[in-house]
Design a protein. Structure first.
Length: 439
């Protein structure tokens, strides 16, 4: 709750900045100018430019503040964050050990770039790795094996999945690990009518298990970011329609791009977002300025040819060096697996420690409850004893009063008897005196 309150404050502070930023739209490098007020642009040491959000609550993660809408393009993440209309529909998120969450820009739109997991009770999602690539005519694949740690996943019950305040119902860390291990991985990206589809967990599965009807929201593209709106119960969402010019950096001015002071844990060589040029920088040339949403068969062919050309450029001496490359890749995979295992072990240990602390806290609370009950029982016993003593005392008083009344009555009787005797004696005496007088 504290995190949500802090986010609301940050969101309010962004309102003025957002209106000004959206007004200054258009031209090369719009992504750079639009996101600059909300974070920092960083040139990684391997020549890739990324964006890092700032002024965010502690433990903030992408794809948390917003809600899901079902559309013709699949599950659409309707963000409540001022930068969400860009960063959750273009590019990828990555949690760097040295920089935290960073966003790698790209101009390929999707309703949401996430992975999915589900079981009989929960559905969950996590930011898609930058190594995940979708190519028209080729499909979806990974340039490097990568599995998001369970702590980056968010799980909710099916009945809360489409809730407009879904972030109130995320499963806690203790339960999330158990759900993650038992859930089935789901990845269902497709392409239709010039648009990328992310169906994720099937519509029918969510509808049947939630027991609720799910409406279909219409997504309308707009080139004016001032017109971008979320779904406000009108079954319509306006989303920003970017072009390749939006991620150009050649003509960007007035934007500070920081130089790296740390090494990144991202394998930049395996990231193809933004089609980095020969210098290694992820900058799009002027050759492709057509929006992805208007892609035609010719665009698909050109994408395939570009991929083949890049592969040909990387093939000289490939046969001679293949064994070394394979060995190096295997070594990197082994090292990454070891690191992932260590992270999971550390996380499991932390979870176990938290569980122990929770158990200790529960035991202490139970002890306090038992002690309170004992105190109450003791007070009740004492109260009963006092009441009994009062009753005994009252009975004693009543008996004394009865005895006193009996004594008083007895004394009265005795006085009456004495008076009667005295009267009788006096009468006899009077009679004797009268007899004497008659003689």
């Amino acid at each position: 709750m504290k995190k949500l309150i802090l986010f609301a404050f940050v969101l309010l502070s962004f309102t003025t900045i957002q209106s000004k930023t959206m007004a200054d739209y258009g031209g090369d490098g719009y992504f750079y100018t639009a996101l600059a007020p909300y974070g920092s642009w960083i040139d990684l040491n391997d020549g890739m430019t990324v964006w890092q959000p700032t002024m965010m609550p502690r433990n903030w993660e992408p794809y948390t503040i917003g809600h899901w809408e079902w559309t013709a393009e699949g599950w659409y993440w309707d963000s409540d964050e001022p930068f969400g209309y860009i960063t959750y529909h273009y590019g990828r998120w990555y949690n760097d050990e040295n920089y935290g969450w960073i966003w790698i820009p790209d101009d390929q739109w999707a309703p949401a770039w996430v992975d999915w997991k589900y079981d009989d009770d929960y559905v969950g999602w996590a930011p898609l790795s930058p190594y995940g690539v979708f190519q028209v005519g080729v499909g979806f694949h990974f340039t490097q094996e990568y599995h998001s740690p369970y702590r980056f996943w968010h799980f909710v019950g099916y009945d809360r999945f489409c809730d407009p305040y879904v972030y109130h119902y995320y499963a806690g860390a203790t339960y999330k690990y158990r759900i993650y291990n038992g859930a089935t991985f789901r990845n269902d990206y497709g392409y239709s009518n010039g648009r990328i589809i992310n169906r994720g967990v099937g519509y029918d599965i969510v509808r049947e298990r939630s027991g609720r009807p799910i409406r279909t929201t219409e997504v309308i593209r707009t080139t004016d970011p001032r017109e971008v709106t979320g779904n406000k119960d009108n079954t319509i969402i306006k989303t920003y329609d970017a072009t390749r010019n939006d991620i150009l950096r050649n003509n960007v001015s007035g934007i500070t791009i920081k130089k790296p002071d740390k090494r990144t844990t991202l394998d930049v060589a395996k990231v193809t977002l933004g089609e980095r040029n020969v210098t290694g920088r992820n900058v799009i040339t002027q050759e492709r300025q057509t929006p992805v949403v208007n892609s035609t068969v010719e665009t698909q062919k050109r994408d395939i040819l570009e991929q083949q050309n890049r592969q040909k450029q990387q093939q000289p001496d490939a046969q001679n060096n293949q064994s070394q490359i394979d060995a190096q890749r295997q070594k990197q995979l082994d090292q990454q697996n070891i690191q992932n295992q260590k992270k999971q072990q550390r996380q499991m240990i932390n979870d176990q420690n938290r569980q122990r602390q929770q158990q200790i806290g529960t035991q202490n609370r139970q002890k306090q409850i038992v002690q309170q009950r004992q105190n109450v029982n003791q007070q009740n016993v004492q109260t009963q004893q006092v009441q009994q003593r009062q009753n005994v005392n009252q009975q004693n008083v009543q008996r004394q009063q009865v005895k006193q009344r009996q004594q008083v009555d007895q004394q009265k009787v005795q006085r009456q008897q004495t008076e009667q005797k005295n009267q009788q004696t006096n009468q006899r005496n009077d009679n004797k005196d009268d007899g004497k007088d008659r003689r």
